[in-house]
Write a protein that binds this ligand. Structure first.
Ligand SMILES: NC(=O)c1ccc[n+]([C@@H]2O[C@H](COP(=O)([O-])OP(=O)(O)OC[C@H]3O[C@@H](n4cnc5c(N)ncnc54)[C@H](OP(=O)(O)O)[C@@H]3O)[C@@H](O)[C@H]2O)c1
Length: 341
């Protein structure tokens, strides 16, 4: 028994797009560095709430145009697509701003604060016939396609159990947005979304979701463990915390074999195929581990050039279902964000 190969092309082979970065913060910097290092695409414009910050970003990444407002950015005719990299609380408004300006849009994870906001953004993009993709970058990585093919080919037998965790030390001394309910902070939307999306892929959805966790004094979740059941009766154990770095490992176990992804499963990594006697049968080594954020941008460029309006690797209906799962978990944990209906 051997692992299938990946079907994900090299990002360098994708068509070139002219990107506009909306909200040039931490991830926008990593994303732009990856884009420029490993694709033919370029960020040609940056929009910030502050012209000074837009100019600083533009200077650092050799970007042609800097705007002191997001409105000016989305109105730029020389921009093919917008990357929304603001906090979760702002994704809904910023994605709609881009869509209303007629721009295809890649929206950082978690897609929005809640499913109602996600449905509005998805409906708007569909009505406008514009490409819309959630920037859940893990879905577009080569090693995850190897896992996807194992599931499609039935290599593992019947899938019985999924385990995944994601913990980072980001609280109490980390970024303010993690701690702030007004910015839809907490571990769930930022970190737990990775193991949850991984299990959703492995199980093909959830029929039951049970969460327990702890909240910060401000009322966002510090961490949680989520038990899920898939439509075929498989179980998933998913956990997350923003108070410690955890192994960040993931595995899918079936009646015939299991796959394990070594630490930091959500980044480009190694997949190992292990039989029921615990012998390693095969392994897939990701060819290049740096600049993994380029894969989602390359997928977006291929889709836009082909005239597609969503990605088969993460369809919009699944993005919406994932937001519904996050809503369900927040309900069970007792987390509400200010201003939610
Ligand atoms: N894919 C990944 O690996 C990854 C990693 C980290 C984060 N993320 C995601 O990326 C998004 C942003 O995270 P980040 O770590 O880059 O955050 P960040 O460093 O705080 O940057 C966010 C930017 O959003 C803008 N912004 C707009 N409205 C804001 C508001 N009300 N409050 C604060 N900032 C506001 C700010 O830029 P201006 O004011 O200059 O416009 C700010 O610099 C989140 O959705 C997060 O989950 C993804």
């Amino acid at each position: 028994m051997t692992l299938p190969t990946t079907r994900i092309p090299d990002p360098n082979d994708a068509p070139a797009l002219r990107w506009g970065v909306l909200a040039p913060g931490g991830i926008a910097r990593d994303w732009t560095a990856a884009l420029h290092a490993t694709t033919a695409s370029r960020v040609v414009a940056a929009g910030s709430r502050s012209l000074e910050r837009a100019r600083a970003f533009a200077a650092d990444f050799d970007v042609d145009r800097a705007y002191g407002s997001y409105d000016e950015l989305v109105a730029d005719d020389g921009v093919d697509a917008i990357y929304v990299a603001s906090p979760h609380s702002e994704h809904h408004d910023h994605a709609l701003l881009a869509i209303e300006a007629g721009k295809p849009v890649l929206v950082e994870k978690a897609f929005t604060r809640n499913a109602a906001e996600a449905a509005e953004v998805i409906d708007a993009a569909r009505a406008a016939g514009l490409l819309l993709v959630e920037a859940m970058w893990t879905r577009f990585l080569p090693h995850i396609d190897v896992v996807r093919r194992c599931l499609e080919d039935g290599l593992l037998g019947d899938v019985v159990a999924v385990e995944a965790d994601h913990g980072q030390l980001l609280f109490p001394d980390g970024p303010q947005r993690m701690a702030d309910p007004a910015l839809a902070g907490g571990a769930l939307l930022d970190l737990a979304i990775y193991p949850i999306a991984f299990a959703h892929l492995a199980l093909g959805g959830f029929t039951e979701v049970r969460a327990t966790g702890t909240l910060t004094d401000a009322g966002v979740d510090a961490g949680e463990t989520v038990a899920v059941i898939g439509p075929q009766g498989a179980v998933g154990t998913l956990s997350s915390t923003m108070r410690a770095k955890t192994p960040c490992a993931a595995s899918i176990s079936g009646t015939a074999a299991r796959v394990e992804i070594d630490g930091w499963f959500y980044q480009p990594n190694t997949v190992r195929l292990i039989d029921t006697d615990d012998r390693e049968l095969d392994r897939f080594e990701t060819p290049r581990r740096e600049h993994g954020l380029a894969y989602e941008a390359a997928e977006f460029a291929r889709l836009l050039t082909a005239g597609a309006t969503e990605s088969d690797l993460l369809p919009l209906d699944e993005t919406l279902r994932l937001m519904q799962v996050l809503d369900e978990i927040r309900g069970q944990l007792g987390v509400r964000f200010p201003g939610e209906g």
